[in-house]
Design a protein around this ligand. Sequence first.
Ligand code: SF4
Ligand code: SF4
Length: 67
Amino acid sequence: MTQAVKKLPRIEINEKFCKGCSICVDFCPTDVLELRGPVVAVKNLEACTRCQLCDLRCPDFAIQVFD
Ligand code: SF4
Ligand code: SF4
């Protein structure tokens, strides 16, 4: 029996736009994101549920989630 491979979402961060405000980090319900220096980074992509909250809440259009 073959096991289905879980397809992970893709999170794109535009480091030129991100100002490190941490809103996306705080809103993410599954703790996927973290601040790394002045910008946000993905620390646990496996936990992403594709809820899009980070994408919707970012005031600078700096983070996008693709299915
Ligand atoms: S909400 Fe937007 S600007 Fe703020 S840390 Fe997240 S990606 Fe960067
Ligand atoms: S889509 Fe949802 S679960 Fe995934 S990183 Fe953004 S807020 Fe977190």
